[in-house]
Design a protein around this ligand. Structure first.
Ligand code: SAH
Length: 267
């Protein structure tokens, strides 16, 4: 089987597929990394990002990749999810369970067309959790959307590579669906890189602490709500810079009560 031709064909169908990275967080079994690589490559995808894998590289990973070992060789490795997502504009958290922190939830089909559209603008991440514990709330909060495969409610957790297969299949179907259709002009705004969003959230929390906004409320829960609000709009870098500017001005006014920044500039 000529797999190189297959992947080349995948890229021809939808170059956007190559912009979508699959992020595997703290995978326990190296075999699952290999099976996920195979699942991804069959659907024309190429990018894997591994966050703190328990054992990698490993012969089981190579064996189960069964010809997709090029994806394993090219996979990037990261110490933290933040690091893995730093350059991405949009991240989708895949979870079998609905969580307390409610992100906008997409089914696999809605996810696929949304992610493909976003991938026309830049890097996009699809995040999968550890086999035993899945993704933590903190990890899910780093993402803007939750993707749930609507499986059997009594037995809903798929094997990691099976979940990768279902979601990459949907991406491929969405890509095939676009072929021959007049593509709509994409929205030219690029979502701000997630690293910038994180800096903005840190800054926001600092300022809210300084103005004693949290009071008796839990900063963790309030920040989770504010994250959800601000992430929903997929702000671009310029909009994030405006928010940072507002926060800096609040800090300035606290440090220099009664003085206008304009007065300073004039003097
Ligand atoms: N026991 C874990 C599931 C781990 S399965 C839990 O209950 O959360 C490993 C990963 O596969 C999950 O973290 C998730 O990213 C993905 N996955 C499994 N089933 C899924 C489903 N029904 N919908 C979306 N993602 C799923």
């Amino acid at each position: 089987m000529d797999t190189s031709k297959q992947s080349a064909q995948g890229e021809q169908i939808a170059p956007e597929l190559a912009e979508i990275s699959l992020v595997l967080v703290e995978t326990s079994h190296p075999g699952n990394i290999g099976s996920s690589a195979r699942a991804a490559k069959t659907m024309g995808m190429r990018r894997l990002r591994l966050v703190a894998p328990k054992q990698f590289p490993h012969p089981d990973a190579t064996a189960l990749a069964s010809g997709a070992d090029d994806l394993l060789e090219q996979a990037s490795r990261h110490d933290s999810l933040d690091e893995a997502l730093a350059d991405c504009g949009v991240a989708y958290a895949c979870s079998a369970r609905r969580r307390g922190i409610r992100l906008a939830e997409l089914d696999p089909r809605q996810f696929a067309s949304h992610a493909l559209e976003q991938a026309r603008k830049g890097p996009v991440a699809v995040v999968f959790g550890n086999e035993r514990v899945g993704l933590s709330n903190e990890e899910i909060e780093r993402c803007q959307f939750l993707v749930r495969i609507p499986s059997n409610p009594q037995f809903g957790s798929l094997n990691l590579a099976a979940a990768v297969q279902v979601l990459t299949f949907e991406l491929r179907m969405a890509a095939l669906d676009q072929v021959g259709r007049l593509k709509t002009e994409p929205d030219p705004r690029l979502p701000a890189p997630l690293a910038e969003m994180e800096r903005m959230f840190e800054h926001l929390q600092q300022v809210l602490e300084r103005i004693r906004f949290f009071g008796s409320r839990s900063p963790v829960r309030m920040m989770a709500r504010l994250r959800r609000l601000l992430q929903r709009g997929l702000p671009d870098a310029h909009e994030v810079a405006i928010l940072r500017g507002i926060l800096s001005q609040i800090e300035y006014m606290l440090d220099h009560p009664g003085r206008d920044r304009k007065d300073d500039n004039a003097s």
